[in-house]
Design a protein around this ligand. Structure first.
Ligand code: ADP
Length: 269
């Protein structure tokens, strides 16, 4: 069974509750032990949008992102209430198969984290786990993923070299290629450019805007200019709450909440 066939069967079981909403979060609360990190979050994230999550440090941005692929529950003290629907299916239910979600929802982290393997093996790793063994198919997936991540030209003659030999910016695009190789429909990005120099940052920003044609992207960033440059919608988080969620242009030019205005004009944070 090919990866696409597996994914089709998952999609068939998951009819969309509301058109164009990929993640629908309702009254989500999350605690780390006694710390109430997410408070009554309500967010409907649209398909094929770039959604930016901004806010000061410690206000719950990463935590929220990690609830969307259920990574947060790897921490034993975590408790949640409320609901998140992915394409109409509640993902916080005990019965929900988290492996299905991880195939559909890829994640890119703050620091590039390639495996200590060759460039080729980094990208082929996911498809191999999903049972693809045919060398020709793997070659095609690797090339397409690297091309789609804007890095093919830089690494096509270095496929057998260890990924650790690439620059930080190249490693991050390689990690994005690795995510694309499993054919997700959502890509979560947790401050993906904060460890990169300005030129690499611009390359990743261009890449993110290009990927929007085929993927829904949710990006946490502490860089407001970046959110304003690349996103369609922006959510402003503060102390575990969503203060405001709107079209990026509106949120930055005409925010409705005083706290949003104070934050985007640099009065705190
Ligand atoms: P942000 O991404 O906005 O910087 P986080 O989601 O990382 O914020 O953190 C939100 C809150 O949850 C903070 O108070 C933080 O200290 C707490 N927190 C985050 N991770 C953990 C953890 N593993 N254990 C306990 N508390 C945590």
């Amino acid at each position: 069974m090919s990866l696409s066939t597996v994914q089709e069967s998952i999609t068939k079981e998951s009819p969309k509750a509301a058109e164009n909403i990929v993640f629908d979060t309702r009254d989500l609360n999350l605690w780390y032990g006694e710390t109430h990190a997410l408070k009554n979050i309500n967010l409907a994230i649209k398909e094929r949008d770039i959604t930016a999550i901004i806010g000061p440090s410690g206000c719950g941005k990463s935590t929220y992102l990690k609830t969307l692929n259920r990574m947060v529950e790897m921490i034993p003290t975590v408790r949640t209430s409320g609901d998140i629907k992915y394409n109409g299916k509640s993902i916080l239910n005990k019965g929900f198969k988290v492996e299905d979600l991880r195939t559909r929802v890829g994640m890119v982290f703050q620091k590039p984290n390639p495996f200590p393997k060759s460039v080729y093996e980094n990208v082929a790793y996911g498809p191999k786990i999903h049972g693809i063994r045919n060398k020709k198919i793997l070659d095609e997936i690797v090339e397409k993923s690297l091309r789609d991540a804007f890095i093919w030209e830089e690494v096509k003659d270095r496929l057998k070299e260890n990924a650790y030999g690439l620059s930080g910016g190249q490693q991050q695009r390689l990690c994005i290629a690795r995510t694309l190789a499993i054919e997700p429909d959502v890509i979560l990005m947790d401050e993906p450019t904060s460890a990169l120099d300005p030129i690499s940052t611009l390359k990743v920003e261009e890449l993110v805007q290009d990927l929007k044609q085929d993927y829904s992207i949710i990006i946490v960033t502490h860089n407001m200019q970046q959110a304003a440059r690349i996103s369609d919608r922006t959510a402003f988080f503060l102390n575990g709450e969503v203060v405001e969620f709107d079209d990026t242009e509106t949120l930055f030019s005409n925010p409705t909440d005083q706290r949003t205005e104070d934050y985007i004009t640099g009065r705190f944070g």
